[in-house]
Design a protein around this ligand. Structure first.
Ligand SMILES: C[S@@+](CC[C@H](N)C(=O)[O-])C[C@H]1O[C@@H](n2cnc3c(N)ncnc32)[C@H](O)[C@@H]1O
Length: 206
């Protein structure tokens, strides 16, 4: 089970353990969001770094879900250590769940994180319009989403069976975001993996 190179952190302090993670955390701009009193659903939470960051920044409740059971086991181990040193750990929960298991009636949250998961959903057969429509249903107000810009991006082009431009393109993604959200703002292009020709964009939709 591979661990993302941009997700290496000390679970007690959330201190990044390499430059990719340090830069990535800066670039997510999560520190600029007002989480106070807001619930957060972190879809594809991996080992929990973004979930812990939201909790530490005041989120009232954070649910991190991931389809990979091993990642959730590791996130739960990280949570034990995080909670020993951070009272906000009490407000974090992790559970194994895939995108399709999520139900608006049960999982709808004030803020939804969908970082580096959209292309995986597309690889798994969920068309972009369907994914974005469901993300709209899962958030009460805000969606913070990071995704590979287009099919030439290394995390798509490098796969055995890459996606076609009909399946995945910035135009398709932004058309769907602007269809379902009133306000769509590009927060920036991420540079933390630039050395591997990665081109990823961070977007806030409301
Ligand atoms: C590239 S990692 C990104 C992790 C984290 N969101 C971040 O940006 O640091 C993608 C994560 O999405 C999870 N994932 C893939 N398909 C998923 C699905 N259908 N439902 C939920 N999680 C999924 C993977 O297990 C993995 O942890």
């Amino acid at each position: 089970m591979s661990i993302c190179i941009y997700s290496k952190f000390d679970p007690t302090t959330l201190a990044p353990l390499n430059d990719h993670t340090r830069q990535r955390l800066d670039e997510t701009k999560l520190q600029d969001f007002d989480f106070a009193g807001n619930s957060v659903l972190d879809i594809g939470c991996h080992l929990g770094l973004l979930s812990f960051t939201a909790a530490k920044n005041g989120a009232s409740q954070v649910l991190g879900v991931d389809v990979t059971p091993q990642f959730i086991l590791e996130a739960q181990e990280n949570l034990k250590q995080f909670a020993e040193h951070n009272a906000s750990g009490e407000r974090v929960t992790f559970e194994v769940a895939g995108f399709h298991d999520l139900e608006p009636a049960k999982h709808r949250s004030d803020i939804v994180f969908c970082f580096e998961v959209l292309h995986w959903l597309t690889f798994q057969g969920t068309p972009i319009p369907e994914s974005i429509k469901k993300l709209r249903q899962l958030t009460k107000t805000d969606l913070i989403i990071e995704f590979p810009w287009d099919v030439t991006e290394s995390s798509i082009a490098g796969k055995e069976k890459p996606l076609s431009v009909d399946e995945y393109s910035p135009e398709l993604i932004f058309r769907q975001l602007t269809k379902h959200f009133e306000f769509v703002r590009v927060l920036g292009f991420m540079e933390y993996m630039a050395s591997s020709q990665a081109k990823r964009v961070l977007v806030h939709a409301r």
